[in-house]
Each structure stands twice: as C-alpha cells, then as structure tokens.
Design a protein around this ligand. Structure first.
Ligand SMILES: Cc1ncc(COP(=O)(O)O)c(C=O)c1O
Length: 374
C-alpha cells in the first residue's frame, strides 16, 4: 500500500541521532537549544520552544495565552481535533467559524461575525500547507485584544506575502509527526513573537519550574533552589529527537521543493478530470504542501476512497469537522453550523504526498484515480 504520507530518513539523519546517542545528553541538552535556534531561524527569528507533539504545542500555546473559563477561542472546524481541544482542556469555550469555500481556510468574514470582547485567541490552520489570511485576521484580533494563533502543523517552510510561517501570527504551533514536513518521530514546537509569551510556553512545558533567581518568591533556600509559580507539564522534547529534527531541518527546503513538484504534477494531470476539483492556491501564498486534497464530486468520495484503497493507494480524509466529534456534540455543538466545512469534508480525499514519492508513483495514483472515476 502506498501511504498518504511518510517520513524521509537519510543516512545523515541516522548519523546525527547516533552521534547524540554516543554523547552525554539524552534529554534536555545542547541539541535542544540548537534545534530551537534553527527553528527560530526559519520561522522569522522569534523564540521557539520544542515539545513532544503538535498537540502539546497547542496546549502550551493556549496555556501561555491565558485562555481559560470565560474565554472564547475562535477556530476552524476543518482541522485535527487538537487545534480546538488544546483550548477546551483549559476550560475555554470554542467558537467554530466557517472556512472559505475554495481553500477550506478559516474565513475572516466568519471570524468577524463571531468575535466578541471575550475572544482570547483566533486560531487559524494552514490547512494542507497553505497559509491562512493573517493580514485579514490580525486586525480583528487586535481590535478586541485577542491573540492570533497559526496552527502550522502542515506548513513549516511556507510563506505568505513573502513572510515565513512562524512570522504570520502572534503565536505559531508546529508538529513533527512522521507525515509532516519534517519529523522528530513525535514532536512539535511553539514559536512566539512576544518573549514573555514564549517564556510562559517554556515554563508550562517544563513543569512550571522557575529557575531565574531574580523571580524567586522563596529566597533563602540555597543554590539548588527552583520553584513553581504556576502548574505545568513535562512536555520536553529530548536531545535525541532534536538531533533528528536538526538534521531534517537542513533538508526542509529540498522536501518543500519535492512536495511542490509532486503537487504540480498532480495539478497538471488532474485539472481537467471530470468529477474532481484540485486544490487552489492564492497568489500571495507560497505553500509548503503537506497534503494534496482533491474534492471528489457527485457524492462519490467514499466509493473512490474504498476503490483506491483496494488498489493499493493509501488515500486519507482530512478532516471530519471537529464539532462532529462526540466530545463536542456532547457539549451541544450541532451539525450544520459551518456549511462550507461540511461540504468540503463530504468531498475531500488526500492523495499520497511525501518527498520520496517518485514521479512513476504519482502517475500510478493518477491512473488509478482516473480509472476509478471513469
Ligand atoms: C492541523 C494539525 N494540528 C495539530 C496536530 C497535532 O500534531 P501531533 O500529531 O504532533 O500531536 C496535527 C497532526 O496530526 C494537525 O494536522
């Protein structure tokens, strides 16, 4: 079965991990710092804090933003559940705003209609690797004193109006799961423009430990002293994982170019196939394509999914609208809230896309898809 996504591991990645394994540090050592600095360098120069997953990154970002009971987080339903659940778990109320009909990205007009004085965070997702419209979202957030969040699990390496992902929103979260644009096995990061916000994210992922003596509230214990002011979790990424990340980051540009070339090959082959819509791209966005999401028309998505799987093509569906999950249904969210997202979900099919996919394999996917549709 051709998977819909998978990692690309080179000997350089293996060597980088083995070198750390032979050294002194397995957990929080110099490679964590080196990887965080390298992430910062490709995400606009803002401080990056690594962590154990994209889900952890979202939890940290919402905790740093201070979202809790009484606060609202506006987000898109066309995403993985963690974009919303990372705030729900802190007690914030999620307000789902609909997506644009063509891109499936959070629609600024829908956000405008949903925003209130209680909005703490406006969280967009760069679905499939294509950045959302941050120049439209930021003024809405600024007006009510909210923060913008870019769930960039799909989009590290992409740009919007010439600015890199990481520089688009107040706070950005990344995932380094194996199918993503670069991997550390499990892993993720938070990037924040404001240093105080980054420090809060850091402390949250470090059990809440305060080690800066100028901030101590207990001052007479001794040189070993560290203390906790707010609760936190251990979400630390290891030196081992960061060695893989650092090595992968050196390959990010090559990964992006290959993903772009595969996307172009799919586009050329599928643009005029009946019963199909190919992904759209805004003029001012240079995506880091993580998914290749086609839309299968005429109510045939499930049939096409099953037939392609039968023929060894590992297609996927991204995503069921988040508020359809029973955990949200139980809270009273009802189907029909975001018609564009639901219509998109009904038709969406992700074709295989990863750097090691060969042109011949792309052509095979196209052949099977066109035969199934015919
Ligand atoms: C949009 C989005 N947000 C968050 C996540 C969570 O990332 P992770 O799997 O690293 O926890 C994912 C990955 O599945 C994702 O696709």
């Amino acid at each position: 079965m051709l998977p819909y996504g998978r990692q690309s591991i080179a000997e350089s990645d293996v060597d980088a991990v083995a070198a750390v394994l032979r050294g002194d540090w397995l957990t929080t050592g110099p490679t964590v710092t080196a990887f965080e600095d390298a992430i910062s360098a490709v995400t606009g120069g803002h401080r990056a804090v690594t962590c154990t997953s994209g889900t952890a990154a979202l939890h940290m970002a919402y905790a740093a933003a201070g979202g809790g009971p009484g606060d609202q987080v506006i987000t898109t339903p066309m995403t993985f559940v963690a974009t919303a659940s990372g705030a729900s778990i802190l007690g914030a109320e999620i307000v789902f705003a609909d997506v644009e009909e063509d891109t499936a990205l959070l629609d600024p007009a829908a956000v405008e209609a949903a925003v209130t004085e209680r909005t703490r965070v406006i969280a967009a997702v760069d679905y499939a690797g294509h950045a959302a419209d941050y120049d439209a979202l930021q003024p809405i957030a600024d007006r009510v004193g909210a923060l913008t969040l870019d769930d960039a699990a799909h989009s590290i390496g992409g740009t919007y109006k010439g600015r890199p992902v990481g520089d688009l929103a107040d706070i950005t979260t990344l995932s380094f799961f194996p199918t993503k644009n670069l991997t550390t096995g499990e892993g993720g990061a938070v990037v924040a423009k404001d240093e105080a916000l980054a420090q809060r994210a850091h402390e949250f992922h470090f059990i809440g430990l305060v080690r800066d003596s100028s901030r101590f509230r207990i001052s007479d214990e001794g040189p070993w002293h560290q203390e906790v002011h707010e609760f936190g979790i251990n979400y630390r990424l290891t030196d081992l994982a960061c060695a893989l990340g650092l090595s992968q980051l050196a390959r990010l540009q090559a990964f992006k170019e290959r993903r772009t070339a595969i996307t172009a090959r799919y586009n050329a082959a599928l643009a005029s196939v009946d019963g199909l819509r190919i992904p759209v791209q805004r003029d001012d966005v240079d995506p880091a394509w993580h998914l290749y999401p086609v839309r299968v028309l005429d109510g045939r998505r499930r049939e096409v999914f099953e037939k392609m799987r039968e023929r060894g093509i590992g297609v996927q569906v991204n995503y069921i609208p988040v508020y359809w999950h029973p955990v949200y249904a139980d809270l009273g969210y009802r189907r029909g809230m975001c018609p564009n997202a639901e219509a998109f979900y009904a038709e969406e099919l992700s074709l295989p896309l990863y750097p090691d996919l060969t042109d011949d394999q792309v052509d095979q996917v196209v052949e099977v898809l066109t035969e199934v549709l015919a």
